[in-house]
Design a protein around this ligand. Structure first.
Ligand SMILES: *Cc1c(COP(=O)(O)O)cnc(C)c1O
Length: 377
């Protein structure tokens, strides 16, 4: 039933293979981040079975709790809340942390559950989201963790280009390696994971820009959309339509392009502005802002234009279409990161899984003919 996300599992596998091979060639492990598709169990299963995936990660413990039976270690990548400690220990093998008070709770709960929980410390290298900013505080945390009975210090991680938009480079990542070296030599230990960022660090792989010592990246968007996110470049060798959206036309009528009457606020408290394009063939598909970010949708039929959206309706301009659309027809869209996130989160959007055979070179997009995808986190 519409609306639905059409999920091509073979294309997803191709993308994992493509990135995974690249990473292995440079000696990096791959943490695949499942949050963009809300850890859909069918997709997680494919990722778990992929030989290039070393870890699975998500920002939400509910998603990790709902993983199907998986063989790869599970990482909670959002620093845990005190109120979810029990679930973190129960469902995640590793968690990212930046507060010693939280790590103390993790230690106590791990003791209670008779587990050893692995902790990766987040370091803030200037993006100003999460992580230790002060080196002394970081060292103090390490020293205390080493006294804990049920916590294992597993590594360090940095996150960039998420809040501050800072683009990773060799110099920034070298700082993380310097932290690693100083911790290892001060405390006589060896850290297993030094994670150099998300899909925005991927471009550095191609330029030999990842310094020695970084041994992991955490990738979500790059794999599902087929692009790096520092500059928004698409990889020609990857699929950009692993996920597409199908929504159904419930009305098609010729109407003016400008509303009639005095214009006040729309349903979202904004005063809309209209361009008079004369009479228009307008279509309404049954999906709305509750389910998608309409600004992140691109119709596959390039002759369709998106006019706007309310909570439950997406209004299309079908005037230029060659296809004679009828009520009941499905319209297909590409989705950017933000549209994907919301579509997978909405309980009103169904999912279908396909495993199409296709020619690797047979893409929907030609160069220069791709949806404009904004950077979203
Ligand atoms: C979301 C997230 C990622 C993955 O980001 P992508 O851009 O989707 O690759 C990695 N690390 C952290 C901490 C995140 O929150």
């Amino acid at each position: 039933m519409n609306p639905k996300i059409i999920i091509d599992l073979n294309k997803f596998t191709d993308n994992l293979d493509y990135i995974g091979k690249k990473m292995k060639a440079k000696g990096l492990t791959l943490t695949h981040i499942t949050k963009v598709y809300a850890a859909d169990p069918n997709i997680v299963k494919v990722a778990d079975e992929n030989k290039y995936v070393d870890y699975l990660g998500d920002a939400r413990i509910e998603n990790i709790r709902n993983y199907p039976q998986v063989s790869k270690p599970k990482i909670l990548i959002r620093i845990p809340m005190h109120s979810e400690i029990e679930d973190v220990i129960r469902y995640a093998d590793i968690s990212f942390n930046s507060e010693i008070s939280t790590i103390r709770f993790l230690n106590n709960e791990a003791k209670r559950q008779k587990k050893i929980h692995k902790v990766v410390l987040m370091v803030d290298l200037g993006d100003l989201r999460e992580g230790y900013f002060d080196v002394k505080e970081l060292h103090k945390a390490v020293a205390e963790i080493l006294t804990m009975t049920n916590i294992q210090l597993f590594g360090l991680a940095v996150n960039l280009t998420c809040f501050g938009g800072v683009i990773p480079d060799k110099g920034i990542l070298q700082k993380l390696v310097d932290y690693k070296n100083s911790i290892e030599s001060s405390y006589g230990l060896s850290l297993s994971m030094i994670s150099g960022g998300n899909s925005s660090s991927l471009y550095l792989l191609d330029k030999d820009g990842i310094p020695e010592g970084i041994n992991n990246l955490r990738l979500g968007e790059a794999i599902v959309i087929g692009k790096e996110t520092a500059f928004g470049q698409f990889y020609d060798e990857m699929h950009h339509d692993v996920f597409t959206l199908s929504a159904e036309l419930v009305e098609i009528k010729e109407k003016p392009s400008v509303p009639i009457g005095k214009i006040g606020m729309d349903a979202f408290g904004q005063k809309p502005v209209f361009v008079d394009k004369g009479q228009m063939l307008r279509g309404i598909v049954a999906i709305g802002r509750q389910d998608i970010d309409h600004l992140g949708l691109v119709p596959i039929d390039k002759r369709i234009e998106i006019v706007g959206a309310s909570s439950d309706h997406l209004i299309l301009d079908l005037t230029k279409c060659k296809k004679d659309y009828k009520v009941g027809d499905s319209v297909r869209f590409y989705m950017n990161y933000s549209a994907l996130l919301r579509a997978f989160t909405s309980k009103y959007v169904n999912r279908t899984y396909i495993q199409q055979q296709y020619n690797m070179r047979n893409f929907f997009y030609k160069k220069g003919d791709r949806p404009i995808v904004l950077c979203h986190h």
